[in-house]
Design a protein around this ligand. Structure first.
Ligand code: MG
Length: 270
């Protein structure tokens, strides 16, 4: 839980202001009657909401600032996927389309190379026309170090529990705002990740992440409270200093393109 969310949780005045800015109903998708989620799960540390709580306030909508075009990699970046081959990924079963995107398929996807601190850029698209609401709208995600997820989901005309929406540290911290573009359009993620540090089997410093979704800040030096978990509180388990990152396959043909990594330049952490 970052400081802003905690403050919102603990100060009634701030909470009222934020809630007032959220549309009373989902104007983009009036057919959606309910928000999926759970209220029989453990409480989040702020003590106000359960893990995956559908009643947690929805982040307000912000205008995306990304035009859907491939973003050129900076000079110090290493391109891992440019649409020509899967050499830098382990699962060769994902199909590459004519538009340079690969489609999520059985087995998930993992980078060949292992990373610690990193700046990761990629573009993604949830295909239009998927049936159902909530987590059924193209659930995928990137697991930094194969453990720490940033969620991928169509959240344009679709609502779900806020700690499971696009831009969330899944199961932990919702995004500051909902800056999604519609399904069927490319969206960009710029993820600045500081790996956790363990010493002699103990956590010395947590993982932190700053995330831009479609060039809008959605996570600001947010602390991971442990590895991503479903319906449980997160927990740290010591692991190596570098690890592969993975792209989740959750049964939906979510697409990825233009994946590159660069050195972490932001100062993250406490
Ligand atoms: Mg996911």
């Amino acid at each position: 839980m970052n400081k802003i969310s905690c403050l919102i949780a603990m100060t009634g005045l701030v909470a009222v202001t934020v809630v007032a800015e959220v549309p009373a109903k989902n104007e983009r998708q009036p057919e959606q009657k309910n928000i999926d989620g759970y209220t029989n799960t453990p409480m989040q540390p702020c003590g106000k909401w359960h893990v995956h709580d559908p009643n947690r306030p929805q982040p307000k909508v912000a205008k995306p600032k990304y035009d859907g075009k491939p973003v050129k990699a900076p000079k110090d970046a290493k391109v891992l996927f440019d649409g020509s081959n899967l050499d830098q990924f382990t699962n060769k079963g994902w199909k590459i389309g004519d538009d340079g995107g690969m489609t999520a398929a059985k087995g998930g996807q993992k980078s060949v190379e292992k990373f610690g601190d990193m700046y990761l850029h990629f573009e993604w698209m949830v295909p239009a026309g998927l049936k159902g609401f909530g987590q059924k709208q193209g659930n995928s995600g990137v697991f930094l170090m194969d453990r720490y997820e940033i969620q991928v989901l169509n959240c344009w005309a679709n609502r779900t529990y806020p700690d499971g929406m696009t831009g969330a540290l899944y199961g932990q911290t919702p995004p500051l705002v909902n800056a999604c573009r519609p399904a069927g359009e490319w969206q960009s993620y710029d993820i600045h990740f500081k790996a956790p540090v363990f010493k002699e089997g103990k956590l010395v410093s947590s993982a932190y992440v700053t995330v831009y979704l479609n060039n809008v800040l959605v996570q600001d030096n947010t602390e991971y409270r442990g590895a991503t978990a479903w319906r449980r509180l997160p927990k740290y388990k010591p692991h190596e200093a570098t690890a592969q990152f993975s792209l989740q396959y959750h049964g939906n043909p979510v697409r990825y393109r233009n994946i590159w990594v660069a050195p972490l330049k932001l100062k993250l952490g406490k």
